[in-house]
Design a binder for this molecule. Structure first.
Ligand SMILES: [Cu+2]
Length: 512
């Protein structure tokens, strides 16, 4: 491990979202402190040496977030967010996916290298109210923090805003050998960062808050808790940070500029640990960090901030001293050779507000934008054409695989970008080169993960072709079918249906 401690956010400061007229800064909650919600672990219905069986239920409920009225929320096997789902590498997973919501949804396994479009759970795999879908897939990837979230186009953003997001932890034998905290709920906890605005009677109102550049609220909500504290009972604490917000970037730092060490990024452990005092995360990224409280004593409090707003209070209790040190080298990262017969694939993210486009087009569920062979490695060059002085950072995400980041504008990636990733944020005026390869065939989406941008059409899809089955046919849904279903479920005429993403198409004179 290099002894260097990074103390800046790496990303281009003019692109931090605070310059935007629509930007909503976080505010410190004035409500009483609440214990940080630690989601319970989803228990399998059945587990054998080779297979795991789970039921995942999308449901509505009410959650006590603020004093007074409960907030109407959605979640997976819970009233808000969900239970943490643990998969073991090498096992075959069988999922019974149930929808008890009043409208259709999908179950997208963000970060899992599994076939699309059905298992992946994007927009082509709807589950209608009071119905279910069964999928199975094999886990074939290293230990990582991934997540499950809704992905029905064009209403992904509002469903995630209602609460459909939960942590998915992949375990393997390599991670198990490393000196990391892993006692779930005690020294190994998910930290899902979101923000909300509370309206009358403590309710959320997605439409009132709608912004085509991403919905934000002033109130930080961490693991579904407002103004949380966590009781620290071990010297070292592992935080599995997930930016689960629709649009917000979080600029994280602790009181006393306490150092912390990143050990994993989106799809697994980093090759080397990286030390920070300041870390910025963008939508859908995961950062696993270890915080060492050696210099604190019982009664102390360490605060995690985003910008100047406290978001979690860590209350220090008695702990046994722990002199564990991390090795300089953690894991080897797969690095396939680029296939010389494949040209560089270019992707352009352009526009802001309703004008967002990917490769000059808006997303069409029936259109395959690109084809790529299974198992071959290709360079993908991702450009953000936004203006360098007044544009946005777009977090680019690919379904069904992990990639490696090769360069940013011809320079080295950021120090914590040497592991496997499925999200890379591209600064305005920047282009980022990736090594992309697929181990599974199917149809997969790639898009900006500011969720209102993806709903608004900054999205495309590729087909990964297995040479052994080159004529595989995939049944693709279309926007009209889904919108007709949404209208019926809401009891409105389709002309009166409002889904955030539709505005972005309509304002550009385009149809879904
Ligand atoms: Cu975007």
């Amino acid at each position: 491990m290099t002894e260097k401690v990074y103390n800046n956010y790496f990303f281009d400061e003019p692109a931090f979202n605070t310059h935007d007229g629509g930007y909503i800064p976080l505010e410190e909650p004035t409500t009483p402190p609440m214990p940080l919600n630690i989601p319970s672990i989803l228990q399998p219905d059945q587990e054998t040496a080779t297979d795991m069986y789970y039921t995942v239920t999308a449901q509505s409920g009410e959650t006590q977030l603020l004093p007074g009225a409960k907030t109407k929320t959605w979640g997976y096997n819970a009233s808000l967010l969900g239970q943490t789902i643990i998969f073991k590498n090498g096992k075959t997973i069988h999922l019974h996916l149930e929808n008890k919501l009043p409208e259709l949804t999908t179950f997208h396994w963000h970060g899992l290298d599994i076939p699309g479009p059905i298992e992946d759970g994007g927009c082509h795999a709807p589950v209608y109210p009071d119905s279910s879908r069964d999928v199975s897939f094999k886990i074939n990837q290293p230990a990582a923090t991934c997540w499950l979230h809704a992905h029905p186009c064009p209403s992904t953003a509002s469903q995630v805003w209602h609460g459909l997001a939960t942590a998915v932890v992949i375990k393997d034998d390599v991670e198990e050998q490393l000196p990391f905290p892993r006692n779930y709920g005690v020294d190994d906890i998910p930290l899902i960062l979101q923000d909300r605005r509370f309206h009358d009677n403590n309710q959320w109102d997605y439409r009132a808050d709608y912004d085509p550049d991403g919905v934000q609220g002033p109130t930080p909500m961490i693991n579904g808790t407002i103004n949380p504290y966590f009781d620290v009972t071990t010297q070292r604490l592992r935080l599995r940070i997930l930016d689960g917000s629709n649009r917000r970037e979080w600029r994280l730092h602790f009181s006393d500029n306490l150092e912390f060490t990143q050990i994993a990024s989106d799809n697994g452990i980093l090759p080397e640990p990286v030390k920070f005092t300041h870390l910025m995360t963008t939508c859908a990224e995961r950062h696993e960090v270890i915080v060492d409280f050696a210099d604190y004593k019982p009664g102390d409090e360490v605060i995690l901030y985003s910008d100047e707003t406290p978001i979690v209070h860590f209350r220090i209790h008695q702990f046994a001293s722990d002199d564990t040190s991390l090795p300089d080298h953690l894991v080897d990262i797969p690095d396939p050779e680029v296939d010389q017969n494949l040209p560089v694939k270019h992707v352009v993210m352009s526009g802001m507000d309703e004008e967002v486009l990917l490769d000059d087009k808006k997303f069409d569920m029936q259109r395959i934008d690109y084809k790529m062979p299974l198992g071959k490695c290709q360079l993908w060059d991702i450009t953000n054409t936004n203006d360098m002085d007044s544009g946005m950072i777009h977090p680019y995400h690919m379904h069904g695989t992990s990639f490696r980041i090769i360069s940013r504008n011809g320079h080295a990636p950021y120090p914590n970008e040497y592991g496997l990733k499925d999200v890379v944020s591209v600064n305005p005026g920047e282009h980022v080169v990736l090594k992309v390869w697929y181990d599974v065939a199917g149809v997969f989406m790639y898009h900006c993960h500011i969720i209102e941008h993806e709903d608004g059409g900054m999205m495309a899809q590729l087909q990964v072709i297995d040479p052994k089955n080159p004529n595989a046919k995939y049944e693709l849904m279309d926007h009209h079918t889904l919108m007709t279903a949404f209208a019926k479920e809401r009891g409105v005429n389709i002309d009166d249906l409002w889904l955030g993403g539709m505005e972005s198409y309509n304002k550009m004179g385009m149809h879904m």
